[in-house]
Design a protein around this ligand. Structure first.
Ligand SMILES: [Zn+2]
Length: 330
C-alpha cells in the first residue's frame, strides 16, 4: 500500500511588495517577475513552487514621492505595472476581482493577483480616485503606511495620536459600500479603534503580528486582535523578523517555532478562523527558514508538526481569506 503525500494546500498571501522592486530596478537589480531569480523574495516560478495561488500585490509610494506630490502618478505607474504583469503573463496570471475568480485561481493553478494600495496617499477626500481605482480593479486598501495622510495616521515618529479624520471615516464608509477590503496594518492605535467603530464589514491587518509575543508598534495588542475577531476579520502573519522576535531583533536565524507561536497565540485567543498569512515578502527581512516564496511550505509543514489539523491549515492558508473576501467584495 502506498500512502499519498499530503496535498499541497494553496496559499493566499495577504501582502507582498514585489511591485516596488519591479518598478524601480535600481532598488534591487535583475528582477524579472516571470523568470526564477535569486534576487528578492518573489517571482512567478517561486510563487508556484511555494504553492502561493494568489496574493495581494501592494502599490506603495516611497516617502520622497509623497513629499514631492507624486503619490497619484506613482500609484498609477504601479497599477499599470500590475496590469502589464497580467497581460504579459499569457494566461499564467489573472487579475482577481471577486471571490469566484479567487477560487478559480486556487483550483486551477493560475496565479491570482489582487490589487492593493498600501496607504491612501494617492486618494482625494472627494474619493474620485477611489472610484476610478475600483474600476481599474482595486479591491483592497490600507488606510496608511507609517506616516500621516489626509485620512489617518500611521504608526511611527510622525504619529501625534490622532485618529481618523472626517475624510477618513468617509473613506471607510465608501470602501464598505463599494466592496473594497480595509487593511489596518500600519494604522496607529486611535485610527484602528475609529475604523473598528465605523466599519460595517470585516477588516484585516494583512501583515501584522502579536504584541503579546513581539511588542513592536506595528503589531497588535490582544484587545485589538479580539476586536478584529468580533468584526469577522483576520490577521496575516508577517514574516518580518523584527515583528517576530520577542526582542524585535534583526537576526535571520529565527526558528519556525516562533512563527508558529504567533499563529497559535491568535488561534488560542480568538480562534483559528482569524489568522492567515501576509508574508511581507520583498518588503521586509525574513527568516532564513522561509527565505523566499518557494520556501513558504516549510511554515505549513511546521504547522503540521505542531498538531494543527488539515482543516486548520486550510483555514490559515486560504479559507480565512476567502471568508473575508466573500463578506466584503461584491
Ligand atoms: Zn507594510
Amino acid at each position: 500500500m502506498t500512502v499519498a503525500p499530503p496535498k499541497v494546500v494553496p496559499i493566499v498571501d495577504g501582502h507582498t511588495d514585489v511591485l516596488l522592486d519591479l518598478l524601480h530596478p535600481n532598488r534591487n537589480p535583475g528582477r524579472d517577475f516571470f523568470a526564477r531569480g535569486a534576487a528578492g523574495h518573489v517571482d512567478l516560478p517561486r510563487l508556484r513552487e511555494g504553492g502561493i495561488g494568489a496574493a495581494l500585490l501592494a502599490c506603495f509610494v516611497p516617502d520622497d514621492d509623497v513629499a514631492n506630490g507624486r503619490a497619484l502618478i506613482e500609484t498609477l505607474r504601479m497599477v499599470d505595472l500590475f496590469r502589464r504583469l497580467v497581460a504579459e503573463g499569457d494566461g499564467r496570471v489573472t487579475h482577481v476581482f471577486d471571490p469566484a475568480g479567487l477560487r478559480a485561481c486556487l483550483d486551477d493553478g493560475v496565479f491570482g493577483a489582487i490589487l492593493h494600495y498600501e496607504g491612501a496617499d494617492a486618494l482625494d477626500p472627494d474619493l474620485a480616485v477611489l472610484r476610478l481605482s475600483y474600476d481599474l480593479g482595486l479591491r483592497s486598501l490600507g488606510l496608511v503606511w507609517s506616516r500621516p495622510n489626509a485620512f489617518a495616521q500611521g504608526v511611527g515618529p510622525q504619529d501625534t495620536g490622532q485618529g481618523l479624520t472626517g475624510a477618513g471615516r468617509d473613506l471607510v464608509r465608501a470602501c464598505n459600500e463599494m466592496g473594497v477590503l480595509l487593511d489596518v496594518s500600519h494604522l496607529n492605535d486611535a485610527g484602528f479603534w475609529d475604523v473598528v467603530e465605523t466599519t460595517t464589514r470585516p477588516i484585516v491587518a494583512s501583515h501584522s503580528n502579536s504584541k503579546a509575543i513581539s511588542p513592536h508598534p506595528r503589531n497588535l495588542s490582544d484587545d485589538q486582535i479580539r476586536a478584529i475577531a468580533e468584526n469577522g476579520g483576520l490577521l496575516g502573519l508577517n514574516f518580518a523578523i523584527g515583528f517576530l522576535w520577542p526582542d524585535m531583533g534583526q537576526r535571520t536565524d529565527l526558528p519556525l517555532d516562533l512563527m508558529v507561536d504567533h499563529v497559535a497565540h491568535v488561534a488560542d485567543l480568538v480562534g483559528i478562523e482569524h489568522v492567515a498569512i501576509g508574508s511581507d515578502y520583498d518588503g521586509a527581512r525574513v527568516p532564513d527558514a522561509v527565505a523566499d516564496a518557494s520556501q513558504i511550505g516549510r511554515l505549513v509543514e511546521h504547522l503540521r508538526l505542531r498538531d494543527f489539523t488539515e482543516p486548520d491549515i486550510a483555514a490559515i492558508c486560504h479559507g480565512n481569506w476567502l471568508r473575508v473576501f466573500d463578506a466584503v467584495w461584491r
